[in-house]
Ligand binder design. Sequence first.
Ligand SMILES: C[S@@+](CC[C@H](N)C(=O)[O-])C[C@H]1O[C@@H](n2cnc3c(N)ncnc32)[C@H](O)[C@@H]1O
Length: 320
Amino acid sequence: MSIPPTYSFMRFLAAKKSIDDRALNWQVWQRLLAALPRASPEQPLRILEVGAGIGYMVERLLAGDVLTHATYTAIDMAPALIAEAYRRLGQWANEQGFQVHENRQGQLHVRRTGQDITVETEAIDVARFMVREHGRRAWDLMIGQGFLDLIDMPATLPALCSLVRPGGLLYFPITFDGATVFQPEDDAEFNGAIEACYHQMMDQRVRDGKPSGDSRAGRRLFAHLRAAGVDVLAAGSSDWVVFAGPDGYPADEAYFLHDIIHTIDMALTGHPQLDAERLGAWVAQRHAQIEQGALLYIAHQLDVLGRVTPLVRERQARNP
Ligand SMILES: C[S@@+](CC[C@H](N)C(=O)[O-])C[C@H]1O[C@@H](n2cnc3c(N)ncnc32)[C@H](O)[C@@H]1O
């Protein structure tokens, strides 16, 4: 595939689905499924997904017959993405043989034998959502895929976890953890400088005047969860490994790679520690390697499953 004339975050999210499907840690996934409480029509499982993007996680859970009775709240701060999540889910569920209808509250109701799930979507920043919902609603499971490396974890995680009931679960897959690898290496020193500057940009990212990124979010998540009164039940790596096989890159993964290189280009152009000409040549060479099916990309990530410790939560409530 040649260099795309334009880039779209929506296409990037769609392109990464096949990569996530390969990357997700199945030991952690199985542990999640085993830990889910039994749901019934009277007591549906209450699930909250933050930073839901275009909604592939709810599809994954529906497809695997994992969810029987559930209410699924999916939020994202980007209105276009969450609208697309709603549209796609309706279309996908129809194709899968679910009965689909929209109820009066604008929620999507999907049903087939043994499964009855209501999905509500909302475009809202997680910070506003947490303030609004605190003490109002509680969830049995919170999901945040590829999300925690984009927020100020120490400031946000305790309030986020408090939306989950005591004994409830938290599932944070595809959390970036400090390694971006490109092969062929060619110029190891310059590659190393690019990786260091790129990660530094993540660490220094500020949104609405607040820190919003951590290039080592995965490994730091363990201590942040402990501080928030959450026990880690399972964890494992979920690295993205993108390479061309005999038929080239699968699905839309060549686009995904071009988008990653473009993102690095946009983030690092003008960086004082990088020679502009060398960076330009590096970017052009990486795009060319994608066209030739020669680029290998690895991003190190972690999947983590936790459970809110009931005793800690009670203690926190007594001594806020
Ligand atoms: C890397 S994408 C992952 C999307 C989706 N979970 C997936 O894995 O395909 C991160 C998502 O988080 C959303 N996001 C980032 N910061 C947010 C915030 N403060 N509140 C709500 N959503 C946020 C972005 O709009 C984006 O859709």
